[in-house]
Design a binder for this molecule. Structure first.
Ligand SMILES: C[S@@+](CC[C@H](N)C(=O)[O-])C[C@H]1O[C@@H](n2cnc3c(N)ncnc32)[C@H](O)[C@@H]1O
Length: 243
């Protein structure tokens, strides 16, 4: 069970507001390239692929790499513009043993109820030595994410997510070791004004799990700041690479 339902309203808001532009993802493209070493014929699993933004980006960026998207929510799958897309989750991946050369999990690990079981399942489907790339906001790591400047109460939600050390420990039991941890920047919005105008509470787990009053106060703070602040909204999430 994910922290939020990922039913129609969440899926619709996610598809409408959470896809980043290719220009904003330059550093992510470089980081994934560095750790995955993409090559034609490689099979990459996008686990918890959501509405398919990353699966599509990888297909564009890495010609000849076969991307397989797996997603548990029917509402997310219904809005996913990527194929092949199959139902499944981190505990039940519908792929055979030793069949993929890398796994991508973007903002998924905090929804996985049993990370240790997921690590064993990933060990099963991955070829030996292949990497797991985890993009996430981890507990204790709110500083580089703009949303938390305006919704500080949402930090208490983030701090219930797994921390980097928690994920490392769960994966260590299945034989994975940390290969890298780095913060990777992205352009989340062209301006704070556009970020404020496009904000949808349903698209952000930490905003769904604060109170209505806390959310309303944050929206007020964000709108006020957006009146004067110029320049793009640049955030950084973490990339944890395990092999
Ligand atoms: C914040 S969205 C991220 C979607 C996509 N990875 C992205 O970054 O655009 C989280 C996704 O994780 C999926 N999810 C929830 N529980 C999961 C699980 N146990 N295993 C795999 N995916 C899960 C949700 O259905 C949702 O699509």
């Amino acid at each position: 069970m994910a922290r939020i339902a990922y039913h129609d309203a969440d899926a619709e808001a996610f598809a409408a507001t959470r896809h980043l532009t290719d220009d904003g993802l330059t550093a992510w493209r470089a980081a994934v390239t560095r750790h995955l070493t993409p090559r034609p014929g490689m099979r990459l699993l996008d686990l918890g692929a959501g509405t398919g933004a990353w699966a599509r980006a990888f297909t564009d960026w890495f010609p000849g790499v076969e991307v397989i998207a797996v997603e548990p929510s029917a509402a997310m799958r219904a809005r996913c513009a990527f194929a092949p897309l199959v139902a499944g989750d981190a505990g039940h991946i519908p792929l055979t043993d030793d069949s993929v050369d890398g796994v991508w999990l973007s903002t998924v690990v905090h929804h996985v109820p049993d990370l240790a079981a997921a690590a064993y399942e990933l060990r099963r489907v991955l070829r030996p030595g292949a990497p797991v790339l985890i993009r996430s906001a981890f507990a204790g790591r709110h500083e580089a994410i703009t949303l938390f400047d305006y919704f500080p109460e949402a930090i208490r939600v983030l701090d219930t997510y797994p921390g980097i050390a928690d994920v490392e420990a769960a994966f260590a039991a299945a034989g994975f070791a940390t290969a890298a941890v780095e913060q990777v920047p992205q352009v989340t919005a062209p301006s704070l004004r556009e970020a404020a105008a496009g904000l949808r509470r349903e698209a952000h787990t930490p905003l769904q799990l604060i109170t209505d009053a806390e959310y309303a106060a944050g929206v007020q703070r964000l709108r006020e700041a957006a009146r004067t602040q110029t320049g793009p909204v640049v955030d950084a999430l973490d990339l944890l690479v395990l092999r």
